[in-house]
Design a binder for this molecule. Structure first.
Ligand SMILES: Cc1cc2nc3c(=O)[nH]c(=O)nc-3n(C[C@H](O)[C@H](O)[C@H](O)COP(=O)(O)OP(=O)(O)OC[C@H]3O[C@@H](n4cnc5c(N)ncnc54)[C@H](O)[C@@H]3O)c2cc1C
Length: 548
């Protein structure tokens, strides 16, 4: 721990010096970027809103928060010793374990000394004459740097519902992202959960057996499939460790860097019996194999999507006793996999418990939150606890919450107002020396994210090395390169079923003004194609970029 005098001294020092780089965010992206830039000998400062490292896993402490990536595929791959010394306890680890892991990494590589916590960046302005960014924090302090690297996370801009009276509730209320650091007592409590996305599903299935009464307010049901989590045995632990090199090689080859790869067959190229048997097998398998290793056309062809969706609907009907409730839980406005697939354990069975009630806010909209609970168009409910599982302003939300100003005082938020314009999802015109890990148009938001983060960070690190070795102090893509990449991203997404559906993946968030028009936020060509493109650009002397 630093004493307070050292902290003040460090803060003053930081305010006067021009850092080689500032990184915004101390999640897995920011930490790895810090480690790699330090290895180059760069002087780096990380600014983080939270009071400690971990990002997603620091904030999301809600009951039931856990991976849907296999734990061992999610951890960092860059250090053999780290891989060897860390034992994941479950195939899909829960949040406390992941946070312990990230803390272990921060300690192991002594990362905290360059991180300033409690430091939310509210603005960042570029000065072209000095070739520097000046970053302003909430407390008004400023910090200057040559290169500004965002590692703010695709899911870090939490959103509350736009419902009147949210502030008036006298009981306890929590957004799942801002979950308290102390335990919440659910025993005997009347609890409301608003939202049934991936987070809502994890919360509902976990607290249902603990509470006195649970009322779930659902707008859009999602296609949820079983996680099939279990402990890792000693024998499996040995195999996982021995198999790391081969596993990471496999993850480099699959489109989303998961251990699951698309089945090359089409849905209608097999007999009905073969199809049923295959889908039954996928339903019994752990993790995202049902999403990622399904027939090749389930995510792209309406007929295949509809047939598989009907298979999952059948499962829901089998698991939920009340046919009316089962029907409410079956999505009607999108096919399986076109929105993020929540993975569940006991989710559908939770609705068989006598004290769990499902309310459709499409049928009976919430009119307001009251002092005592929630008033819908039909009834007034009293609660002790309201949980907002209302998610995030995904991908671009964290950017919109910082006032980025480029070469002529131009605003990034305005520049991206009609949809992002980027080069490789890593930089954009008019904002020199700004690099965006897991930014929009990047492959990483459709990815087992750490794998794509490592690719982004390694690429940026090589660029920084090149800049250092060639005395380069200004980096900006050309308008042509940016336009080409943006067009390519849009073309690749054309016709894909997910792009025709409202969700955070397409930039829709009814709780945010103006986020009501679908936009292409991700590169859908797959991580291997993305990596190849990035590598080719670097090999061609950073073609499409002006370095000076
Ligand atoms: C509940 C949940 C479960 C998930 N499970 C998986 C999974 O199983 N597999 C998977 O691949 N992905 C998963 N994700 C996605 C997850 O976000 C990524 O895996 C990964 O953690 C992203 O890391 P990051 O460092 O890019 O961003 P984050 O972990 O989000 O970290 C960003 C950090 O930046 C900080 N920050 C943001 N804006 C500012 C600012 N203006 N000033 C200062 N600091 C700022 C935030 O406080 C945060 O600490 C999950 C997400 C959630 C919410």
């Amino acid at each position: 721990m630093l004493d307070s005098a050292t902290v003040v001294e460090k803060a003053e020092d930081s305010a006067t010096r021009v850092h080689d780089a500032i990184i915004i965010g101390a999640g897995i992206a920011g930490l790895y970027q810090l480690h790699r830039l330090r290895q180059l000998g760069m002087q780096v400062l990380v600014l983080e809103t939270g009071t400690d490292v971990g990002g997603t896993w620091y904030w999301n402490r809600y009951p039931g928060a856990r991976f849907d990536s296999e734990s061992y595929t999610y951890g960092y791959s860059f250090d053999g010793k780290l891989l060897e010394e860390w034992n994941w306890s479950e195939h899909f680890a829960a949040q406390p374990e992941t946070l312990r892991y990230i803390n272990h990494v921060a300690d192991r590589f002594d990362l905290r000394k360059d991180i300033r916590f409690n430091s939310r960046v509210r603005a960042a302005a570029y000065d072209d004459a000095r070739r520097e960014w000046t970053v302003t924090l909430d407390d008004g302090s400023t910090h200057a740097c040559r290169f500004l690297i965002t590692a703010m996370g695709p899911l870090s801009a939490d959103t509350l519902p736009r419902i009147a009276g949210v502030e008036s509730f006298k009981g306890q209320s929590f957004h799942t992202y801002r979950w308290p650091h102390h335990p919440v007592d659910f025993a005997g409590k009347r609890v409301a959960v608003i939202g049934t996305g991936a987070t809502g599903v994890q919360v509902i299935q976990t607290i249902a057996p603990l509470v006195g009464q649970l009322t779930v307010f659902q707008r859009t049901p999602n296609w949820c499939t079983p996680l099939h989590n279990r402990a890792i045995t000693e024998e499996e632990q040995r195999k996982i460790k021995a198999g790391y090199p081969a596993m990471f090689e496999l993850l480099r080859q699959t489109p989303g860097c998961y251990i699951h790869n698309t089945d090359p067959r089409g849905t209608f190229e097999v007999t009905e019996e073969e199809r049923e048997a295959f889908w039954e097998m996928l339903y019994a398998e752990p993790g995202f194999s049902i999403w990622m290793a399904n027939f090749r056309d389930v995510m792209t062809e309406l007929k295949a999507s509809a047939l598989f969706s009907e298979f999952v609907a059948r499962k829901i009907r089998q698991r939920v006793k009340d046919p009316k409730v089962a029907d409410m839980l079956i999505p009607k406005n999108h096919g399986f996999g076109t929105r993020r697939v929540p993975q569940e354990t006991f989710y559908y069975e939770a609705y068989n418990l006598p004290h769990v009630k499902l309310v459709s806010v499409l049928e009976t909209p919430i009119e307001r939150v009251t002092e005592k609970g929630i008033k819908t168009s039909k009834a007034e409910y009293e609660f002790d606890i309201i949980i907002y599982a209302t998610g995030f302003d995904g991908v671009t939300g964290a950017f919109d919450r910082v006032d980025f100003r480029g070469t002529n005082g131009n605003s990034l938020k305005e520049y991206w107002a009609d949809g992002p314009k980027t080069f490789l999802g890593l930089m954009c015109v008019g904002f020199p020396n700004l690099l965006t890990i897991v930014g929009p148009h990047n492959a990483s938001t459709r990815c087992n994210i750490p794998r794509c983060i490592e690719q982004n960070v390694d690429w940026i690190t090589a660029l920084m090395r090149h800049a250092r070795d060639h005395n380069i102090t200004r980096i900006e893509p050309t308008p042509e390169a940016e336009a080409d990449w943006t067009k390519h991203v849009e073309e690749v997404a054309e016709g894909l079923l997910y792009a025709q559906v409202d969700s955070w993946l397409t930039g829709i968030n009814s709780n945010i003004e103006g986020k009501n028009v679908r936009r292409i936020l991700q590169y859908q060509g797959g991580a291997p194609a993305y990596r190849e493109r990035c590598d080719a650009i670097a090999a061609a002397g950073y073609k499409g970029m002006v370095l000076s």
